[in-house]
Design a protein around this ligand. Structure first.
Ligand code: QAP
Ligand code: CO
Length: 171
């Protein structure tokens, strides 16, 4: 397993639409192991493959609280069904938008169908943070960042600051 580099906005690779995984193989599992290790090292609660530059429809997540045993989750080719009509605001962040947190409104429940670590089909009823996090990570598979859900003013402020930080880090 290895910790990989996390891409940060406005890296154009984060705008790619990720491709479905043909079959969950040992190679897929090695990638998911690296993703989880990278996420834990950050630390974060969710990561999509494109955030380490791999345009495949894979998400890893762990919402266990501090002091709780780890609860790694793996989603391959996830699809959302039955999003609830009611939306709730939740303060979101993103490993690819470091240092910024803003409220985003999303359906507060949904069902997700996916393949697990072993390539077995699964269906999961998600509510609360789990539902929010799945939707945030699924956005990454379409090249969408949480900042795209904000007002243009807020989004442009954040992107301007990130660009400035990148220039400062490069010099
Ligand atoms: C997505 O985000 C998420 O800015 C996962 O400096 C977050 O793991 C979905 C992180 C909240 C729903 C609600 C962010 C770490 C981690 C930062 C993350 C940072 C360091 C973000
Ligand atoms: Co994110």
């Amino acid at each position: 397993m290895a910790v990989r580099e996390i891409l940060t906005a406005p890296d154009p690779r984060l705008r790619e639409v990720s491709k479905p995984v043909d079959a969950v193989t040992d190679e897929t599992r090695a990638l998911m192991d690296d993703m989880l290790e990278t996420m834990y090292a950050a630390p974060g609660i969710g990561l999509a493959a494109i955030q380490i530059g791999v345009p495949q429809r894979i998400i890893v997540m762990d919402l266990a609280g501090e002091g709780e045993p780890p609860q790694p989750r793996y989603f391959v080719n996830p699809v959302i069904h039955d999003p609830s009509d009611s939306e709730v605001p939740y303060e979101e962040g993103c490993l690819s938008v470091p240092g910024f947190y803003e409220e985003v409104e999303r359906p507060d429940a949904c069902r997700v169908e996916y393949l697990d670590y072993h390539g077995e089909p699964q269906s999961l009823e998600a509510r609360g943070l789990l539902a929010v996090c799945i939707q945030h990570e699924m956005d990454h598979l379409e090249g969408i960042l949480f900042t795209d859900h904000l007002s243009r003013l807020k989004r442009e402020r954040i992107m301007k600051k990130l660009k400035k930080e990148r220039l400062a880090a490069a010099s």
